[in-house]
Design a protein around this ligand. Structure first.
Ligand SMILES: NC(=O)N[C@@H](CC(=O)O)C(=O)O
Ligand SMILES: [Zn+2]
Ligand SMILES: [Zn+2]
Length: 430
């Protein structure tokens, strides 16, 4: 395997460094111009920021079952283009990832594809039906070593089942990642509940439907002494609840998605289902609270909730369209635009929220480590001074449902290395 010598990259935005990638690890890290390796391929990285390979805790890869929307291969190619070296694949596939067999299959497909390590999320309940616990222990003990469990797409709304799940995963240090949506309060809901939903005639989705479940689950997690992770936090009230839970010392983590940091519910006025997502786009004050929560660490991580859907499921009227939008290839740019450029987060903060912390929550041992000698050679080279106009047709995803098509965004992923092997070079897949 070729060695790579990255020259002059600003590691976490700091002073320029050389990084030698050999045998899958960072064999040497030193001041720019000091590391030599005659046989290595040199990558000129002056002016680029080097970050540890990004880790997504929330990706929908759609395989098995909806290979028309995405496959493990196409989704991990999109991940690599976005700077990710590891993704957690959500369980709402067909069949549902609720057995050791299915999670092992998804894990293996990721290894075979070779663009990013795929860590399957196991379903909490059989078939996501919310009635009986799935074989959590068997999935944890499988080759896929599942530590994150979620019925994402659906809420584990039965409090007794949620309690049992939280208790069960303690045995193997697992975490329940909750899609917080009180089902009775959101029957038929189409967009954020507010003055605008009334005007547009679309059924409203109240903030309290999310907040009530988060509050309940924080209390349950504290009661049983287990770990809770809150998926796609979207309201100011949710941020406040998570902040309070953390202040009590409870073991609660939370994620925000790029789209909830930048897009508001006013986009629903276009009636373009590209903006239809679960949880819905909210108001400007929610965006402000999410950004502040991400800045002060209340929100631990950014997760994409990359949710590919084929055009027949999106190019229809709002009420019948599927919920979800693409996210892997634009996540870092949106974080730069909303957090780094306004001065809310530096690159070290980005590394924490998009690599170290998601790897910790997922209990990954081989990802999310600092760019230091001896650590796995998962590296992203990013050009924050570049600008680009997003073209839906250029996506590596099999789906086209990006809400950013035609938008100019800052930054560009120049290269991604997985265990020292480039998956992206010069901004293109290898
Ligand atoms: N986010 C979405 O709008 N959709 C997700 C499900 C989910 O994350 O809840 C999907 O699977 O399409
Ligand atoms: Zn969800
Ligand atoms: Zn999701």
């Amino acid at each position: 395997m070729t060695d790579f010598l990255i020259r002059g990259a600003a590691v976490l935005g700091g002073t320029p460094q050389d990084l030698l990638l050999r045998d899958g690890v960072l064999a040497e890290v030193g001041a720019a111009g000091t590391v030599t390796a005659p046989s290595a391929e040199v990558v000129d990285a002056y002016g680029l920021v080097a970050l540890p390979g990004l880790v997504d805790l929330h990706t929908h890869l759609r395989e098995p079952g909806r290979e028309d929307a995405e496959t493990v291969l196409s989704g991990t190619r999109a991940a690599a283009l976005g700077g990710f070296t590891a993704v957690h694949a959500m369980a709402n596939t067909d069949p549902v990832a609720d057995t050791a067999g299915v999670v092992e299959q998804v894990w293996r497909l990721g290894r075979e594809a070779g663009y990013a390590d795929v860590f399957p999320v196991g379903a909490v309940t059989v078939g996501l039906a919310g009635e009986r616990l799935a074989e959590l222990g068997a999935m944890a003990d499988s080759a896929a070593r599942v530590r994150v469990f979620s019925d994402d797409g659906k809420c584990v709304s039965d409090p007794l089942l949620m309690r049992r799940a939280l208790e069960y995963v303690k045995a193997f240090d697992g975490v329940i990642a909750q899609h917080a949506q009180e089902p009775r309060l959101t029957e038929g809901a189409q967009m954020n509940e507010g003055e605008l939903s009334g005007r547009l005639g679309l059924a409203g989705w109240p903030a309290v439907a999310e907040e009530a479940i988060i509050a309940r689950d924080c209390l349950l997690a504290a009661h049983v002494g287990s770990r809770l992770h809150v998926c796609h936090v979207s309201t100011a009230g949710s941020v406040a609840i998570v902040r309070q839970a953390k202040a009590q010392g409870w073991n609660v983590t939370a994620e925000a998605c790029p789209h909830h940091l930048i897009l508001t519910d006013e986009l629903a006025a276009t009636y373009d289902p590209i903006y239809k997502v679960n949880p819905p786009l909210r108001g400007a004050s929610d965006i402000e609270a999410l950004r502040a929560g991400l800045a002060d660490g209340t929100i631990d991580i950014v997760a994409t909730d990359h949710a590919p859907h084929p055009h027949e499921d999106k190019d229809c009227e709002w009420a019948s369209a599927a919920f979800g939008m693409l996210g892997l290839e634009t996540a870092l740019s949106i974080v730069q635009e909303t957090m780094v450029d306004p001065g809310l987060l530096d690159w070290a903060g980005v590394a924490e929220r998009m690599s170290y912390a998601p790897a910790r929550i997922g209990r990954l041992t081989d990802h999310g480590q600092p760019l230091e000698q001896g650590n796995p050679a998962h590296v992203v080279l990013y050009d924050p001074s570049a600008r680009r106009v997003v073209e839906a047709a250029e996506s590596a995803s099999l789906s086209r449902n990006t809400p950013y098509a035609g938008m100019e965004l800052p930054g560009r992923v120049v290269a991604t290395f997985l265990r020292g092997r480039p998956t992206v070079l010069d901004g293109k897949l290898t």
